[in-house]
Design a protein around this ligand. Structure first.
Ligand SMILES: C[S@@+](CC[C@H](N)C(=O)[O-])C[C@H]1O[C@@H](n2cnc3c(N)ncnc32)[C@H](O)[C@@H]1O
Length: 238
């Protein structure tokens, strides 16, 4: 078994018992959050694109805030690095509306956990990739392996123009000169503006996905915390 990444270790320590309880309490205020309702609607819309039943993986499922929004599910796996969040996910929001014949919660690192190839129709991730974990080629390759041909990858990122990111002098200078750069200098500058994968904009999402997926939708979305990219992409080969 491979060791957990620095990101998983960090997440497990951040999402400790106290935070997990606060997070789960916030789930119960779901209806008062416009962005949460929109994420749920978005996820329901993604499920509706499949012929049920589907096998689903929630990457960084936390307290299972969105489990109830899934439809037509045959099996659901929730993977998270935090034991405390997973404990809360045993009693998720809207539990009485979750119609999933098989639900398993796994404590593990999404950067090293192993699933069999072509196991899932849908891999989704809300508030995790390009936020708590770098979204990069290696992560995309893992998702490609786990998806069946024609399966979908639906995820959020934090957009580098998000007001939640401190607009330091060097960030503003970098953004200003970016359009005038090219080649290695541009790659280097963009790598820094995207914080090594902790943020991702539309260009980055296309660069990572275009060779393996058809992007079905890629839009900007404002939540309580960030400006996001919201992407649904379909793996080639169905
Ligand atoms: C902001 S919460 C989002 C939880 C849930 N997706 C939601 O939308 O409510 C981020 C979650 O990602 C998990 N996480 C972060 N890094 C991870 C990693 N490397 N492997 C697995 N889970 C991770 C954290 O433990 C936490 O539960």
């Amino acid at each position: 078994m491979s060791a957990d990444s620095v990101w998983a270790v960090r997440a497990a320590s951040l999402y400790d018992l106290a935070y997990a309880k606060r997070y789960r309490a916030h789930d119960d205020e779901f209806q008062s959050s416009g962005p949460c309702r929109e994420f749920a609607e978005w996820l329901g819309g993604v499920c509706a694109r499949f012929s049920p039943p589907i096998d689903v993986l929630d990457l960084g499922c936390g307290t299972g805030r969105y489990f109830w929004a899934l439809t037509g599910v045959g099996s659901l796996v929730g993977l998270d690095a935090s034991a405390a969040m997973l404990e809360e996910a045993k009693r998720p929001y809207n539990a009485d509306r979750i119609a999933v014949p098989s639900l398993s919660l796994i404590q593990g690192d999404l950067l090293s956990h192993r699933f069999e190839a072509a196991r899932f129709d849908l891999v989704y991730s809300i508030g995790v990739l390009a936020e708590h974990v770098p979204l990069d080629e290696a992560l995309v390759a893992r998702v490609v392996e786990w998806l069946k041909p024609g399966g979908r990858f639906a995820f959020t990122t934090v957009h580098p123009a998000s007001p939640s990111i401190p607009r330091t002098l060097s960030r503003r200078a970098g953004e200003w000169i970016e359009p005038a750069t090219f080649g290695a200098a541009r790659r280097n500058l963009r790598g820094r503006l995207l914080a090594g994968g902790l943020y991702a904009d539309e260009e980055r999402v296309h660069k990572l996905l275009d060779s393996r997926f058809a992007i079905e939708s890629l839009e900007r979305f404002v939540s309580e915390a960030h400006l996001h990219c919201l992407c649904v992409a379909r793996k080639a080969g169905a």
